[in-house]
Design a protein around this ligand. Structure first.
Ligand code: FAD
Length: 338
């Protein structure tokens, strides 16, 4: 199988559950492959994970390369990098995408350096386009788009000369398509071959913690910034979130000030959220915060400063002190619920 015009997607799974970012990437990969008139190849690694093949196909894969082996039960860098590196060298895909999760961020640079490919980390958009350099036109390259220089510019990065064109993509940025149960695909088993050193690291014990919030899936987010005032006053943000049945979000400055824990951070270095309603309380609306907000959400902003940048994207603007406005909103929500 030659990798000409193939879009490869690494399907990250743990304990038989596929990471949402991988499903998002299968949907995006489908779009890119259709534009290139190529195909989507999914790489599914794990132990006894064949039951996931169908789901991967339903989300857009034409072919699933299945590496099923006891040594791949839990993610470890070297065995996973060995399998992916060998497959890339053997088949030469055109594009290779991974989620910008802790696993993807660990694995992608290992594979990229092993196969001498370029890699753009943490992309927020991907497109196909031509690129001209010194009168030479490189057609149909992958535009790898991401914020750079602290989020103050949006950079488009291309690698015209080395393949695969590799990128990691942040969770929640690409839209996950609807699974199509009628889709059919092929599965090809690829037996991994490890060297002794690949499996030298053994996992002796494992401790897992369930996340305390699920911002990415929330349909309502009430987010607080430094303007909320203090850790104690942040209780108002939680109360409104609870009254609306939503999740609590925060700006990085609010996290840094200790108002709330880091898993609540929205933005370039936090979560990307896609709620129906986003309530921004005492948040200025810095570009790095907005990078995590989907502007198709209805946005309500509360800020004492009528010139705050958040008002440029808000649908409803409340110029006022959060300590006065939030208790009023909480009361109104509770009254309308009764
Ligand atoms: P401020 O900018 O200080 O704004 C506070 C706002 O509250 C002001 O608009 C003020 O008018 C208003 N206010 C004050 N008192 C009240 C009151 N009583 N009632 C109502 N309003 C009031 N930021 C993120 O959020 N997420 C990220 O992921 C992120 N990543 C970053 C990555 C990089 C590389 C860099 C350089 C920065 C990043 N930042 C991020 C930081 C970002 O630049 C801003 O500093 C941050 O978002 C500001 O947070 P804030 O709006 O809470 O605070």
């Amino acid at each position: 199988m030659s990798g000409d015009r193939e879009v490869w997607i690494f399907v990250e799974q743990e304990a038989g559950v596929i990471a949402p970012v991988s499903l998002e990437l299968l949907s995006k990969g489908r779009e890119l492959a259709d534009e290139l008139e190529g195909r989507v190849v999914a790489l599914l690694l794990g132990n006894e994970v064949e039951n996931l093949v169908e789901q991967v196909v339903h989300y857009g894969a034409d072919v699933v390369l299945l590496a099923d082996h006891p040594e791949l039960e839990l993610y470890r860098t070297l065995p996973y990098a060995r399998v992916l590196g060998d497959l890339v060298r053997e088949r030469g895909p055109y594009i290779f995408l991974l989620g910008a999760t802790p696993t993807g961020r660990d694995l992608a640079p290992r594979v990229a350096s092993a196969v001498r490919a370029g890699l753009t980390a943490d992309c927020t958009a991907l497109r196909i386009g031509d690129y001209e350099y010194r009168r030479q036109v490189y057609p149909d390259l992958l535009y790898q788009i991401r914020p750079a220089f602290g989020g103050n510019v949006i950079a488009t990065i291309v690698n015209p000369e080395t393949h695969p064109q590799m990128a990691t993509v942040r969770e929640g940025v690409m839209r996950m398509g609807e699974p199509d149960a009628a889709r059919r695909g092929a599965v090809e088993r690829v037996p991994p071959q490890f060297e002794e050193l690949d499996v030298a690291v053994q996992v002796l014990e494992r401790e897992t913690r369930q996340p305390t919030c699920n911002l990415r899936a929330a349909s309502i987010v009430v987010a607080g910034g430094v303007g909320v005032g203090s850790r104690e006053d942040f209780a108002l943000v939680r109360e409104l979130a609870q009254a609306l049945g939503g999740e609590v979000g925060a700006s990085r400055a609010a996290v840094d000030a200790g108002f709330v824990s880091p898993e609540h951070q929205v933005g370039q270095t936090g979560a990307t959220v896609r709620p129906r309603l986003y309530v921004a309380c005492g948040i200025s609306g810095a570009v790095q915060h907005r990078a995590g907000m989907d502007q198709s959400s209805k946005i309500i902003a509360i800020n004492t400063d009528p010139e705050a940048p958040i008002f440029q994207i808000a649908h409803y603007r409340i110029v006022g002190d959060v300590k006065e406005v939030l208790p009023w909103m909480i009361r109104a929500c509770r009254e309308s619920a009764n």
